[in-house]
Write a new protein. Sequence first.
Length: 435
Amino acid sequence: MKKKQLTKIIKAGAAVLLAGALCGCSVKFGTKKQPKPNKVVAHATGGDNIEDMNITYERFRKEYWYVLAKSDIHDDTNLDEYMDAQCKAQRGKAIQYLINEQVIMTKAKELGVFELTAEEQAEVDKDYEEMVAAEIQAQADAVVTEMTLAAIEEANSNGTEIALPELSDEEKEALGKERFEKNLEECGMTYDDLKWWAQTSRIADKVYDSVVADVTQADIDAEYAALLAEAKEFYNDSISNFFQVGYGDVWLPDDARLIKHVLLGFDEETQQQIYNLRQDFKNTDANKLREEAAAALEEKTAEVQQKLDDGAKLDDIITEYTADKSGWEAYPNGYTVVPNDTRWMDEFTKGAFELENIGDRTVVVTDYGVHIMVYAGNAKVDTMEKYKDMIKTNLQNKKYSATVDSWITEYAYEIDYETLRIDDPNATASTETEG
C-alpha cells in the first residue's frame, strides 16, 4: 500500500480531493470548446529522448474528467467560486500526476522493470476487475438512491403511498454498468484505459522496489539506535514529556513497573472540596479532610483486602470495585510507573516502588480516594521490530521521493497553464517580486 500511495497511481481513489465537497452535485451549465486531443499540454525541456515525454490533452482529459465524472460533474465552467477553485486544483493535480507517471514509466524501462511477469499481470488483472466491480456497484447504489428519492418525492406530491423500486441484483448491476460506461464514454475512455492504470500502478511498485533496494539493515539499525538514544535523552530531561510524545512505546528503564489498583474513590463533592483547599494553599485542611474520607472507606478497604487474601482474582475485584473504570479499560495490564514519575499523584508513585516483589500490594491514599495497589509485573516494551519496520519504510520512502524528484528535475517540464486553465506559479512569483 505504501508504494502505491507514494507514486499516486491509484485511480480507484482518485476522487478523494473532491469527495464530500462535490459528491452528490450535478453541475451541467453549457459546454466549453475543448483543445484538440493531440495538443501538447506539458513537455520536457531536458533529459534524454524528450520528444517521447510529451503529455497530450487527450491524456490529461481522461485523468481529469474521470475524477469529475465520479462526482457527477459534467461541465467545469460557470461554477461558483468554491467549486471553481476545487476543479482548478484538480487540474493541477492531474497534470502533475501525468508528468510523474510519464517519468516513472520511462525510468521503469531504463531500470528493466517495465515488463510484467505472468504472475504480476495476473495480480493486475485481479486488481482491475475488483476496481471495475467496485465502480459499477457504486454507480448502481447511486441509481437506486436516486430512484428511491424520486419515488418518495412523487408520493409526497401526490399524497399516495411510497412505491419503492424493486430491483433484482442483476437489474441493479445492469443499471450501474450502464451509468459507469456512460461516464467512461464522456471522458473519452475505455476499459483498456482502466486496465492500463492498473498496470502503471504495478510497474510503479516495481520501480519503487528497484530504487529502494540499497536501503540496508545497517541503515535501519543505525536509525533505530538513534531513536533509542533520543528516547533516553527525553527521559532524562523530562519524564512527563517523554511519555507525552510517545517514547514510552519505544524504550523504558529497567525499573519500570506495571501497577494495577482498585480505587475506592471519594465522592465528587469531597474531591472538589479537597481540590479547592489545595488551590487556596490550605494543605493541612485538605489532608485532614482526605484522612476523614479515607477513614469512612476503611470497612470497604478491608472487604477488598480480605477477598484478595482469600484468593479472589485481582481483575475481577477491579471490575467490581474500582472507581477508575476508564483507566482499567485503557490499561488492562496496569499503569506503567517509573521512578520519580510525575504523571501520577506522589503517593501513588511512591507506593509503586515500596513494593518489593511482583504480586505484593499496598494501600495508599490520594486526593482521589483509597488505592489498593498491586505490583503486577515489570513494564517492558516489545516494539523493536515494529519500529524497525517503520524506520525501514521511512528510509525507503525518503530515498524514493528524493530519486523521483531528481528525475522530474532532470526533465524540467514546462506546462501549458493557459490551455489547462491553471494559474502559472512562475507568473505569480514574478508579479510578487516586481511588486
